[in-house]
Design a protein around this ligand. Structure first.
Ligand SMILES: Cc1ncc(COP(=O)(O)O)c(C=O)c1O
Length: 368
C-alpha cells in the first residue's frame, strides 16, 4: 500500500467500480493526453531483447541527450528511477531540520525523512493559490529543505522565474536549500524554468520528471540538476543500473521527438482553455492552471468532490479528490487535461451529476 494518496490507480478504480481497466477514462493522473512519442513503441521493441543484459550502469547516452535538452552540462545531472526517487534522496541526503512546503502541494515532498518536522505555508484560494515571498521570508531557518512545485501540483499555478530566483536567494540567506520541482514545466508554453541556473547556485536544486509529458509513468524516469559537487555526492548514494534498459531506450527517442513535444503543448493549451471555459459555464471555479491539469473548486455548486466521484466512477471516469492535500477541503477535485472527445465525456457527466444532485428525486433518495 502506498503511503500517500495519489491519482492514477487504475487497478483500484476497476476493483471499486466493477469495470475493466481498459474501460476507465483516467482524469486522475496528470499524463500527456497524446501518450508517448509514437517512436517509443518501436524503440521498446528493439530494446526488448537487450533486457537479458545489464543496462548502461550510468545511462550515459541518455544523460547527454537530456543535458542538451535542458541546456546544462551532463555533469550537473543525476538520473533517477522517476523524479520521486530523487525527491526522497534529497531528504535522506540533507537530513533537514524541517521540510518547508506550500499547502497544497505534491504529497511526496519530505518523503525519505520520516518524522521530520513539516512547515506548511498555506496558499490562499482568494489569491488563486499563488505563493508570496513574504510567506517564506519570515519563516526559513538554517537547515530547512524547501520544496516548491513549479507549476505546483495540484493547483497548476506557475510561479515566475524571477520570484523563484528571489526565493533561492532567501533560502541562501537563511542557510537552507531550495528544491524546485519542475515535473510539469514541459507543458508550459512560456517556460519559467530555472534549470540552467541550478549548476551555478549554491542553494538551488531542480528536480524534473520524464514520466509526465513523455507519458512514461510505468517506466520510471526522472532527473535532478544541481552543482557538480553535490551531484557527485548524490551519485555516491545511488546504485548503478537504476535506469533500466527500456526506460533508457524510451527516454532517448522521446527527448529527440521535438514535434511530438510541440504538438502535445499545443493540444494541452487548447484543451485546458476549453475545459476552463466549460467548467465555468457549469458553475464550477477552475483555478488558472498552466500545466496539463486543473484544480476545480465545487464550493459554488455546493456538491463535494466525493459526490461527483461517486457519480463518475461507475460510469468509467476517474477524477482526483483533493481531501488528502493540506489546506484543501472536500469541495475540490483535480482533473487532467485530455483530448477533446474525452473532455466532452467528462463535461457531459459532470453536468448530469450536477442535475442529479439538485433534482428533488435524488434529494429524496439521499434522504435530504
Ligand atoms: C509534482 C510532482 N513531482 C514529481 C512527481 C514524480 O514523478 P515521477 O516519479 O513519475 O517522475 C509527481 C508525480 O505525480 C508530481 O506530481
Amino acid at each position: 500500500m502506498t503511503k500517500n494518496y495519489h491519482g492514477g490507480n487504475l487497478k483500484e478504480g476497476a476493483r471499486l467500480y466493477g469495470l475493466r481497466e481498459v474501460e476507465l477514462l483516467d482524469f486522475s493522473a496528470n499524463i500527456n493526453p497524446l501518450g508517448p512519442s509514437p517512436q517509443v513503441w518501436t524503440a521498446l521493441q528493439k530494446a526488448l531483447p537487450r533486457i537479458i543484459h545489464y543496462p548502461d550502469p550510468e545511462a550515459r547516452e541518455l544523460k547527454e541527450v537530456l543535458a542538451s535538452y535542458l541546456g546544462v552540462p551532463a555533469g550537473q545531472v543525476v538520473l533517477g528511477n522517476g523524479g520521486a526517487e530523487l525527491i526522497y534522496l534529497l531528504s535522506r541526503f540533507f537530513r533537514p531540520g524541517r521540510v518547508v512546503l506550500t499547502a497544497p502541494t505534491f504529497g511526496e515532498y519530505g518523503g525519505g525523512a520520516p518524522g521530520v518536522e513539516i512547515l506548511p505555508l498555506n496558499l490562499a484560494p482568494e489569491r488563486d493559490f499563488r505563493l508570496t515571498l513574504e510567506q517564506f521570508a519570515g519563516s526559513l531557518k538554517p537547515g530547512d529543505l524547501v520544496f516548491v512545485g513549479n507549476p505546483n501540483n495540484p493547483t497548476g499555478v506557475l510561479t515566475p522565474r524571477e520570484t523563484v530566483l528571489e526565493l533561492a536567494q532567501l533560502a541562501a540567506a537563511a542557510g537552507s536549500q531550495l528544491v524546485v520541482d519542475e515535473a510539469f514545466m514541459d507543458f508550459v508554453e512560456e517556460s519559467q524554468s530555472v534549470v540552467s541556473l541550478a549548476g551555478a547556485h549554491p542553494n538551488l536544486i531542480v528536480v524534473g520528471s520524464l514520466t509526465k509529458i513523455f507519458a512514461l509513468p510505468g517506466l520510471r524516469l526522472g532527473y535532478l540538476v544541481a552543482r557538480e559537487e553535490l551531484v557527485s555526492q548524490l551519485e555516491d548514494l545511488l546504485p548503478p543500473w537504476r535506469v533500466n534498459t527500456l526506460a533508457q531506450a524510451a527516454g532517448l527517442v522521446s527527448l529527440r521527438d521535438q514535434e511530438h513535444l510541440r504538438r502535445s503543448r499545443e493540444v494541452v493549451k487548447e484543451e485546458r482553455e476549453y475545459l476552463i471555459e466549460q467548467l465555468k459555464d457549469l458553475g464550477f471555479r477552475p483555478f488558472p492552471g498552466r500545466a496539463n491539469f486543473l484544480l476545480v473548486s465545487t464550493h459554488s455548486v455546493g456538491v463535494t468532490g466525493a459526490k461527483l466521484q461517486s457519480f463518475l466512477g461507475p460510469r468509467g471516469v476517474l477524477i482526483r479528490l483533493c481531501h488528502s492535500f493540506a489546506n484543501l477541503d472536500d469541495y475540490y477535485f483535480r482533473i487532467a487535461v485530455r483530448t477533446r472527445e474525452e473532455n466532452e465525456k467528462l463535461l457531459g457527466l459532470l453536468e448530469e451529476a450536477l442535475a442529479a444532485s439538485s433534482s428533488p428525486a435524488q434529494g429524496r433518495r439521499d434522504g435530504k
